[in-house]
Design a protein around this ligand. Structure first.
Ligand code: HPA
Length: 269
């Protein structure tokens, strides 16, 4: 894997990508952030050596490099999921590449089902912690010490400093935000009522199918992480309703502008 990372990084450096301040995974909810990036390079995943190619509708695959204010960012427009058939190493490969490009701070976003009874559809949840319930692990197998340590400290998976900074900005903009624990399942099925209940009993506030592998690998490499989740449906006991990919996209869309504005401000400061 190390050699593949080097090959990809060499290619991207040749394309002009140099030491970005932030790496961003433009998951559901952050898609429109791309509109405020002054784009320098836009590279389809298909042209990047060793990159997987996203297959999910609404998750196009392009790597974007540019400026937000005076800050350089590299953003993944389109991410990879376990349910597509990619393995954990493939799903997290772009995060490794970002770190080798010089990224120290990672921002991720996703859509999730809320199981906290105080949540409503459209809420923005700052991820304070996560529970990994995916069936495999991105660090499984022999450890490559050039990438990070065998046993990874996870006492602060999401940067307390970045959480505090985001909360301050949201307050200034008068945007109410939620905070909570994100639990990751493999998908692609949404949860049954009993599964939503399990998620809540396990101590989570929301459930989704992404983000956790990326954050694990980022922590393996010593990066600071910040995560946002848009609550697109609710899995609250007695009130579990039908959910679809389209409904999730639609609910996320309604919060996208606000999230993008807050993240823009977050990066500028
Ligand atoms: N469950 C899992 N993933 C999701 C959900 C959900 O309810 N909503 C959006 N992504």
């Amino acid at each position: 894997m190390y050699d593949k990372i080097q090959e990809t990084v060499t290619f991207l450096k040749k394309m002009g990508l140099a030491t970005p301040d932030y790496g961003i995974v433009l998951g559901t909810g952050l898609g429109s952030l791309v509109n405020i990036i002054d784009i320098i390079r836009k590279i389809p995943y298909a042209e990047i050596p060793n990159f997987p190619i996203s297959t999910v509708k609404g998750h196009s695959g392009t790597l974007i490099y540019g400026n937000i204010g005076g800050k350089k960012v590299v953003a993944m427009q389109g991410r990879f999921h376990i349910y597509e058939g990619w393995d954990m190493k493939q799903v997290t490969f772009p995060i490794r590449v970002m770190q080798f490009l010089g990224v120290q701070k990672l921002i991720v976003s996703n859509a999730s089902g809320g199981v906290n009874p105080d949540f409503k559809v459209g809420d923005i949840m700052v991820i304070t912690d996560h529970i990994n319930m995916m069936p495999s692990h991105p660090l499984q197998g022999k450890n490559d010490d050039r990438l990070g340590p065998r046993f990874v400290d996870m006492h602060e998976p999401y940067s307390l400093e970045m959480i505090a900074k985001f909360e301050k900005i949201a307050k200034e903009f008068n945007i109410e935000i939620q905070k909570g624990v994100y639990l990751a399942l493999q998908g692609p099925t949404f949860e049954t009522p009993a599964e939503y209940k399990m998620v809540e009993l396990m101590g989570a506030d929301a459930v989704g199918m992404s983000t956790v592998p990326e954050v694990i690998v980022a922590k393996h490499m010593g990066m600071s992480c910040f995560g946002l989740s848009v609550i697109t449906d609710l899995g609250i006991e007695g009130h579990v309703e039908a959910v679809s990919h389209e409904a999730v996209q639609l609910a996320a869309k309604s919060s996208e502008k606000v999230i993008s504005k807050l993240v823009q401000e977050f990066i500028l400061r």
